[in-house]
Design a protein around this ligand. Structure first.
Ligand SMILES: C[S@@+](CC[C@H](N)C(=O)[O-])C[C@H]1O[C@@H](n2cnc3c(N)ncnc32)[C@H](O)[C@@H]1O
Length: 248
């Protein structure tokens, strides 16, 4: 089905780093194709349809829209803490299960509900303890045999943050990332600007980098780390592939 979609408020676009609707759509198309390549490598059975899929942190649908176009035969669900993004998406996708959820677990789904969970540009903002808490929760809602795809920032993102002069990142080196494995610098947002830029976020939030070896060693949390695909998402985020393939 080809869907006709209206753009959301410019603030919703800006919160996912898109300056305008056409760049939002172009990025979504690129990222969804990159994601699908990785999914089909691991799960060729995904081509046949009928599976429960979760977009964790769907925002205003940048990746969800093209995923629905590419994969019309699956049952998609989307969650986000941003009520305005979910309200907007519900007007555009009345047939999709979309929920505004809490910043901390649990998700409103039963154990082992999903065949596939994907999450683009969420772990790139979570504090190290929240990364671990959410990995365990995502494992809970993933079926035995199911897969989870999570994007993370590492060396390329670190380089870009240093070039851009993002606050606090100029002093962080690749050696620091190798040594520490994960580095998190919270955003300095408070009060009104918190409501505008990070609605629904009720704990630490900022920019995070994870080294691929840290992800391989620590992201299991009830799952098996299959691989870390360096720079797979738009050349700036790694894609961590996890499964409940051989775990009880
Ligand atoms: C950078 S945006 C990415 C949105 C979308 N995945 C995309 O690629 O366009 C990060 C999103 O994660 C959401 N988010 C952050 N923490 C969350 C959490 N604990 N649970 C659900 N959503 C969360 C934010 O509200 C925001 O919409």
């Amino acid at each position: 089905m080809i869907r006709t979609i209206d753009p959301p408020d410019i603030r919703n676009l800006q919160r996912v780093g898109a300056p305008n609707w056409s760049e939002f759509q172009a990025a979504g198309r690129r990222i969804s194709r990159q994601l699908l390549v990785a999914i089909l490598q691991e799960m060729p059975q995904f081509a046949s349809g009928g599976m429960n899929v979760l977009d964790f942190g769907c925002g205003c649908g940048r990746v969800l829209y093209p995923m629905l176009e590419l994969l019309p035969d699956h049952h998609f669900h989307g969650v986000d803490v941003d009520q305005s993004a979910i309200d907007y998406l519900r007007t555009q996708l009345p047939d999709i299960d979309l929920r505004c959820t809490d910043f901390q677990p649990p998700l409103p789904f039963t154990d082992q509900y999903f065949d596939l969970v994907y999450s683009i540009s969420i772990w790139t903002h979570l504090s190290p303890p929240d990364q671990m808490t959410w990995l365990a929760e995502v494992a809970r809602v993933t079926k035995k045999g199911g897969y989870v795809f999570i994007s993370t920032s590492s060396y390329s993102a670190l380089k870009a943050r240093k070039l851009r002069g993002d606050p606090g990142w100029s002093q962080v080196s690749e050696d620091d990332l190798n040594r520490r494995g994960v580095i998190f610098i919270p955003y300095a947002v408070t009060g009104d600007s918190q409501d505008v830029w990070t609605p629904g976020i009720t704990a630490d939030y900022g920019l995070t980098v994870n080294s691929p070896s840290y992800c391989s060693e620590n992201f299991g949390q009830g799952m098996q780390v299959e691989k870390v695909m360096a720079d797979h998402i738009d050349g700036v985020q790694d894609l961590v592939v996890l499964s409940r393939r051989s775990l009880g």
